[in-house]
Design a binder for this molecule. Structure first.
Ligand code: F6R
Length: 258
């Protein structure tokens, strides 16, 4: 695992953008596939990717994007549905084409249909050739996507209940209603199939989760610890989010290169 510790969220966005752009380089004729997260953590990264796209540093129009998760029962048009959020942050800001954005379906008419469509999501990812680089945030409880503590390390995209902690954390996004109780989320097994993982963390509220994910045991009790099990995992954190890491000196030396 590579750990980059940056002075502030702006620098986190710049560093993460460099890692993501490198991973999106594909041979001529192949399109890059980007896994996208919602929430606050990747916003500086998206702003930086948008800036680079507007300066002609990369072409977002060929990018295929797959969301990590979606709320169940929240209309797609609600401003806080993950489809609406990603239309703003990934399509409007970066320039990914709306028809190339894929988000799990949280609105199926029946539970059986919801589950079937969740299962199909992994097939849709596989049909594109798989995700080149997956952008991730981390929950204060160590969740990855909406895989809450206790999630199977081999899980695939499926319907899950959100933890009380996650619903409390995400209430800040909703002023008109409670946070939905359920979601459709890529599984930890799905996330692990991406060729590269980039986890972004900012703020002191993430410090203990980042420490558990990077330096704690590999355990379903901290879903983000699956980064330790991935061949190409990168953590980009600001000083506050990195403040509980014990091996800081080593990460800084490794980041400085040979
Ligand atoms: C978002 C997602 C979540 C968030 C996490 C951190 O699609 O799957 O895992 O990345 O809850 O959220 P923020 O960045 O808002 O602190």
């Amino acid at each position: 695992m590579e750990v980059f510790i940056c002075s502030d969220p702006l620098a986190v966005g710049e560093r993460a953008a460099a890692v993501v752009l490198d991973a999106l380089q594909k041979p001529a004729g192949e399109f890059p596939v980007l896994g996208v997260a919602t929430g606050s953590s990747p916003l500086m990264l998206y702003a930086e990717l948008g800036r680079l796209a507007s300066e002609g540093e990369f072409d977002p129009t060929g990018v295929r994007a797959f969301a990590l998760d979606e709320y169940v029962g929240l209309p797609k048009e609600h401003p806080e549905s993950y489809w609406s959020t990603l239309m703003r942050t990934v399509c409007d800001t970066i320039g990914v084409l709306p028809e190339n954005l894929h988000v799990p379906n949280g609105e199926a008419a029946t539970e059986a249909e919801l589950r079937a469509r969740a299962a199909d999501y992994d097939d849709r990812i596989d049909a594109t050739g798989g995700i080149d680089v997956q952008i991730l945030g981390i929950g204060t409880n160590g969740h990855l996507g909406f895989n809450e503590p206790g999630s199977s390390l081999s899980s695939r995209t499926r319907v899950k209940r959100l933890s009380a902690q996650t619903r409390t954390d995400n209430q800040r996004f909703f002023d008109d209603r409670d946070v939905p109780t359920h979601c459709v989320t890529q599984g930890l097994g799905t996330i692990r199939r991406a060729r590269k993982l980039v986890l972004i963390a900012t703020g002191a509220g993430k410090a203990s989760a980042v420490e558990a994910a990077v330096e704690g045991p590999l355990t379903a009790s901290c879903p983000a610890s699956i980064l330790q099990w991935h061949e190409h995992a990168v953590v980009v954190a600001d000083e506050d989010a990195a403040s509980a890491l014990k091996n800081r000196e080593y990460y800084d030396l490794a980041a400085a290169g040979m």
